[in-house]
Design a protein around this ligand. Sequence first.
Ligand SMILES: [Zn+2]
Length: 239
Amino acid sequence: MAGWFAKQHVDAVTTHLTEPYVNDYLRANIWHVVGRDADLLVDTGMGIRPLSPEIATTTGKPLIVVATHIHLDHVGSMHEFPVRYGPVESAAEFERMGDAATYADFFRDMEDPVSQLPEPGWSAATYAIKPAPLTRALSEGDVVDLGDRRFTVLHLPGHSPDSIALFDQTDGTLFSGDAIYDDTLIDDLPDSDRTAYCQTMERLLHLPIRIGHGGHGPSFSRERMREIAANYLKVTADL
Ligand SMILES: [Zn+2]
């Protein structure tokens, strides 16, 4: 079908994409940032329809694709792109994209995986994520450099052990993946860790962001991020 992705300009250099017909539990955000010397794509959706035709590129200018973690709704189209960065913690898994790492089986088994078929006869039962070996493994403190902007890698485990975020300390933009976002946070997956997630939230309470673009839900201010983090800490302490 035409128009599998919804696309919206966020600011002069940032575009938000998502997949409106994917079950909302797995409908993730994709962020495209135009830089001076390189462009950046944060996460790649489910991989149900090709993503690369949706992303404008400039000849001779690299498009750096960063996966915030290896869950299915963030790495589905990673294989379509040649420059692939992702967390060092799950780097080896990107060569296989097995269900144990991506939870792709969760989508195959869903009763209502999509609200509209991507093409006639499509079935979630055949859903698979293609391997996408990383060309660079990212660790805490690494820098993803677009020439005019530098994003520092933050390792923020909890939702998953490999969750990373990208933080532009100069202008305060945070691409946070599933470490934090303005919607129901998921901390009960087999590879989730509530203790680690609490440490991540403590860290986020003090992170001086201007705006956060998460893996799900709407973008958020620093104040809203502090609310989400404080609420998570309170609810988790009460468990
Ligand atoms: Zn996730």
